[in-house]
Ligand binder design. Structure first.
Ligand code: FES
Length: 106
């Protein structure tokens, strides 16, 4: 099992534990954990409603792919540690990470 922390838009922090080898994206796990993420594009890096800031563990994530990078470039509130949760695969590298949800709920 791996464990990481998620901070919602109100500042509440919750630890999420999932098997390290499930074939899901972080966005899918967050949705399954009842977070209100629209994911309008279904995980294609096109809607940015899964925008998160990686407060801890970004050094383990590797560089964003081109589609993710292009989308992040369009976000006014993106910062150096912004990522799209749909482009982050669940894996051992997320153990101990800390994510903050950024996109507005609608
Ligand atoms: S779900 Fe649309 S960009 Fe991630």
């Amino acid at each position: 099992m791996i464990k990481f922390d998620v901070e919602d838009r109100e500042g509440n922090v919750q630890s999420i534990e999932v098997p390290g080898d499930i074939s899901l994206s972080l966005m899918e796990v967050l949705k399954a954990s009842e977070y209100n993420i629209l994911a309008t594009c279904g995980g294609m890096a096109l809607c940015a409603t899964c925008h998160v800031e990686v407060e801890k563990g970004i050094e383990h994530l590797g560089d964003p792919n081109e589609a993710e990078m292009d989308m992040l470039d369009t976000l006014p509130d993106a910062s150096f540690n912004s990522r799209l949760a749909c482009q982050i695969r669940i894996g051992e590298h997320l153990d101990g990470a800390y994510f903050r949800l950024m996109a507005e709920e609608e």
